[in-house]
Design a protein around this ligand. Structure first.
Ligand code: HEM
Length: 458
């Protein structure tokens, strides 16, 4: 009973199996496990995974409370600590005053005006891909997931470093895959102390980290040696030039390494997955493609390239991107560790005890309370009048509050450019009718990749 002394009701707890709780249900099929919980509970539910008490939040209001209104009560949780060895103390997983200072230093590099300088590079990398695809045999299916990963990596590399580092790219791509996959597996490790032992898994992880670190230090070194301020328009230049307003201090090499590595990783897997899912969905929705082409032809003409100004007019292309990330949010779940007990209406998340509070865009984006046809791909979900009707936190592909993705405008700009140019030049066709399943890891990948036929338009 709720009384004044005890103003809370217990949060429903899903018992699961003896000793292991819900560990195996969660690991085996996290998306369906969570969707089942969403159907059964309306606000909060707790369960245990690998001995940790997890609280799943199910409403936009609670997402807003955690990410924005009461964000000071929450730290990034264990999921981010697993990435620490790779990302060091970069923006994604640092905390407190250190994070605040770094965010202030990095923010100007991501202002729209500054990002405008990166548009030409994005156009150039996408045009190079178009040229290559035109030489393909159109009857041979292409793994678009792999292609989008390479393209997004080329774009983020150019945006960070200007210089051509393509000779490193294959190496980097493989190493990042090892790191991301290992980090996800480590979340479910019953024996976290093994992270510090030389197991085959940790050795592979360490080697992958060292490879990327070596490349990044080499690039920073080279830049320091050839230093002439203002020579480059890239993100590295902005980060190297940034000065703390109060102390005038700049980032050390180690801080630069951590921020650059973070942007490098956060800035291409996510975008590449969203682009692959978009092409997959478009292959099944010719009416959406037709509307996109009308807009692209009107705004860009038959062979114009996007600029920052014309990107603003590609509103339907933007709706397609938003709708793709609604169904397949690359950051499909994220978690926080509460510092102190927190109240959610009649419920209370009690500390110490609760290990992680989950916010799951994948669930919120498919909640029938906020979406007319939750499972249907319909870019009209993002018509301005419909957006206004929904609570803001019903859609949060980039998170929210002060820790919201710093690269959101970068990502949206890149995806608009890539999709507009690809859709104008090619038809994308499904190979067979088999549905591609989403594979939840640190990001939401298409399981087994997406293979499509890519046919040039005459
Ligand atoms: C479709 C693409 C992307 C998606 C869906 C995405 C999603 C997210 C989300 C959800 C967060 C917040 C995580 C949390 O609160 O726990 C985040 C943070 C971050 N993202 Fe992105 N991201 C994308 C692209 C990018 C790009 C292109 C960059 C950089 C070029 C980037 C850099 C970062 C950084 C540095 C953070 C940490 C920010 C902070 O805590 O201050 N992201 N991203």
């Amino acid at each position: 009973m709720i009384t004044e002394e005890n103003p809370s009701r217990p949060i429903p707890y899903l018992k699961g199996a003896p000793f292991v709780g819900s560990t195996f249900d969660f690991i085996r099929d996290p998306l369906n496990f969570l969707l089942r919980l969403q159907r059964r509970y309306d606000r909060l539910v707790q369960f245990s995974v690998v001995g940790r008490l997890i609280t799943l939040t199910l409403t936009p209001e609670d997402a807003r409370h955690i990410l924005q209104e009461n964000n000071k009560n929450y730290l990034k949780s264990e999921a981010y600590q697993v990435l620490q060895m790779f990302l060091g103390n970069g923006l994604l997983n640092s905390e407190g005053d250190f994070w605040r200072r770094q965010r202030r230093l990095a923010q100007p590099a991501f202002h729209r005006q500054r990002l405008a300088l990166l548009v030409d590079g994005m156009n150039e990398d996408t045009s190079a891909l178009l040229k290559r695809w035109r030489q393909n045999d159109p009857t041979r299916p292409v793994d678009v997931t792999e292609e989008m990963m390479k393209l997004a990596l080329a774009i983020v590399t150019r945006s960070l470093f200007s210089s051509d580092v393509s000779r490193y790219l294959d190496n980097v791509s493989r190493s990042i895959t090892v790191i991301i996959e290992t980090a996800y597996k480590e979340l479910f490790n019953f024996f976290p102390f093994t992270r510090n032992l030389p197991t085959p898994r940790t050795i592979r992880y360490r080697r992958a980290v060292e490879k990327i670190e070596a490349i990044i230090y080499e690039i920073i070194d080279r830049r320091r040696n050839e230093r002439r301020t203002g020579q480059y328009d890239d993100l590295l230049e902005m980060l190297m030039e940034a000065r703390d307003e109060d102390t005038g201090e700049q980032m050390t090499d180690k801080q630069l390494r951590d921020e650059v590595t973070t942007i490098f990783m956060a800035g291409h897997e996510t975008t590449a997955n969203a682009l692959s899912w978009a092409l997959y969905l478009l292959a099944d929705h010719p009416e959406v493609v037709r509307k996109m082409r009308e807009e692209i032809d009107r705004v860009l003409g038959p062979d114009g390239l996007p600029t920052v100004e014309t990107l603003r007019e590609l509103t339907y292309v933007m709706q397609v991107i938003q709708e793709t990330m609604r169904l397949y949010p690359p950051a499909w779940i994220f978690s926080r560790q509460p510092l102190r007990t927190d109240q959610f209406g009649e419920y209370r998340i009690v500390m110490p005890g609760a290990r992680a509070v989950l916010i799951c865009p994948y669930l919120l984006h498919r909640d029938p309370k906020y979406w007319a046809a939750p499972d249907r791909f319909d870019p009209d979900h993002f018509r301005p009048e419909r957006v206004r009707e929904r609570p803001t936190y019903a859609y949060l592909p980039f998170g929210g509050g002060p820790r919201m993705c710093i690269g959101n405008n970068f990502a949206l700009m890149e995806m608009q450019i890539v999709l507009a140019l690809l859709v104008r030049s090619f038809d994308f066709q499904r190979v067979g009718r088999k549905e591609v399943e989403p594979e939840p890891g640190i990001t939401l990948r298409p399981k087994g990749g997406i293979r499509l036929q890519i046919v040039p338009r005459l």
